[in-house]
Design a protein around this ligand. Structure first.
Ligand SMILES: [Ca+2]
Length: 347
C-alpha cells in the first residue's frame, strides 16, 4: 500500500478513537452551559439518612459528571419559552373526556391544585389542604385572583411533567434522574441527613416553620415560594435543592430503591414501575427536594434522601423543576496536520 494511504488510514483511526474515547483522566471538561453548575461524578449512597420507608434501602451508586441548573426554572425563564413557542400547559387545557369520563361539561374547565391552610382544633383529613381551583395555572399559581407580579424570579409552578419536558426540549437539556438529583443535592457531603450536614437549620432553606398545615411562622422569611437562589448554595453551587419547590425527575416512582439497576447512572425504567400503593394503577414520577410546605412537624421531606410520587398530568402550587445536561465534550486541540505529523510512518 502506498505510504500516503497508510498515513491517511492512521489519521482517521486516531481521530475516530479521539471522538469515541472518553476524555483522558485529568482532562478539564468544558464549561457547563450558562446557568448550570458542574456536578463532578463520583460514588454515593442513595437513601443515606433515610427516615421514611420509601427512601430505603440505601444503595451504593456511581454517577457520571453532568451539568445541572444552579436554580429552579423561574417564571421569567418559563415565560420566555411560552412567548417563543406559544406552548399551552396542561393546567390551561380543558379536562379531557377520555381521562375524566365521569365529569360534567361544566366541570371540565382548566385548573390545577392549590394549597390552602387548614386550621381548627379537630382532626385534619390527610391531603385536605389541596383544592382543585379552576383557573389556577402557572400564570395564576393560586387561582384567578393571583398573578406573577413581583414573582418573575420565583420558581415556576403549576407545571405538569409534560410541561417540564416541553421546556427541556426547547431549552436544551433534560430532567435529571432521581439518582443524579439526589447526588447533586448532597453537594459532596455524602451520608448526611441534610444538604449541609446533620443539623436542621430553618434559615438554610425555604420550608414551613410551625405546625403543618395550620400555622406557618415564616421564620425563614417566606410563606410561599421564594425567589430562586435566596438561600445559601450547596457544595456544588446549587440553590434550593432543599425546599422552595419540589422538582420533577425522570424516574418512575416505586416504594424504595430496590428497582434501581446496579452500576453507574441507574434509572428506574417504566417497565420497573410498581407505582404508588396509595394510588394503585397510576404510574407516577419521583419528585425531590421538598417545598415551602415541608415542615419538621409533618414530613421533613426536604432531606436529599426524601422522595414523593406525583402523577405526571398534575401540577401543583409547590412543584417546579430544573434541567440537567451532559458536559460539553472537550474541544480537540491541535490541527489535523499536527496529528498526521505525529503518526509513525510505516512502509
Ligand atoms: Ca418558608
Amino acid at each position: 500500500m502506498p505510504r500516503f494511504h497508510l498515513r491517511f488510514l492512521g489519521t482517521f483511526l486516531l481521530v475516530g478513537l479521539l471522538l469515541l474515547a472518553p476524555p483522558p483522566a485529568g482532562a478539564i471538561p468544558s464549561d457547563c452551559p450558562e446557568g448550570m453548575a458542574l456536578v463532578p461524578g463520583g460514588s454515593y449512597r442513595i437513601g443515606a439518612g433515610a427516615q421514611l420507608p420509601e427512601e430505603q434501602p440505601g444503595r451504593s451508586l456511581r454517577i457520571s459528571s453532568f451539568c445541572l441548573d444552579r436554580t429552579e426554572v423561574s417564571n421569567d425563564r418559563f415565560a420566555a419559552f411560552v412567548a417563543a413557542t406559544g406552548y399551552v400547559t396542561v393546567a390551561e387545557r380543558p379536562l379531557s373526556v377520555d381521562q375524566f369520563p365521569e365529569l360534567k361539561a361544566s366541570e371540565r374547565a382548566p385548573g390545577s391544585l392549590v394549597f390552602q391552610p387548614v386550621g381548627g382544633s379537630g382532626p385534619i383529613e390527610e391531603l385536605s389542604w389541596w383544592h382543585w381551583v379552576p383557573g389556577a395555572d402557572w400564570r395564576h399559581p393560586e387561582g384567578p385572583g393571583s398573578d406573577l407580579a413581583g414573582r418573575g424570579q420565583h420558581p415556576v409552578v403549576q407545571v405538569a411533567y409534560e410541561d417540564a419536558e416541553a421546556f427541556a426540549r426547547w431549552a436544551g437539556g433534560s430532567l435529571p434522574s432521581e439518582a443524579q438529583w439526589e447526588f447533586a443535592a448532597r453537594g459532596g457531603l455524602n451520608n448526611r441527613i441534610f444538604a449541609w450536614g446533620n443539623t436542621w437549620n430553618p434559615r438554610r432553606a425555604n420550608t414551613w416553620q410551625g405546625p403543618f398545615p395550620s400555622s406557618n411562622s415564616t421564620e425563614d422569611g417566606y410563606g410561599g415560594t421564594a425567589p430562586v437562589g435566596s438561600f445559601p448554595a450547596n457544595g456544588y453551587g446549587l440553590f434550593d435543592m432543599t425546599g422552595n419547590v419540589w422538582e420533577w425527575t425522570q424516574d418512575w416512582y416505586a416504594v424504595g430503591h430496590e428497582p434501581l439497576a446496579d452500576g453507574s447512572d441507574p434509572m428506574v425504567s417504566s417497565d420497573a414501575a410498581t407505582g404508588d400503593p396509595r394510588d394503585p394503577g397510576v404510574a407516577k414520577h419521583v419528585i425531590k427536594g421538598g417545598s415551602f410546605l415541608c415542615s419538621e412537624t409533618y414530613c421533613s421531606r426536604y432531606r436529599p434522601a426524601a422522595r414523593e410520587a406525583q402523577s405526571p398530568d398534575t401540577g401543583t402550587s409547590h412543584i417546579g423543576f430544573r434541567l440537567a445536561a451532559p458536559i460539553p465534550a472537550p474541544a480537540v486541540t491541535g490541527t489535523l496536520a499536527t496529528l498526521t505529523n505525529a503518526l509513525p510512518v510505516r512502509g
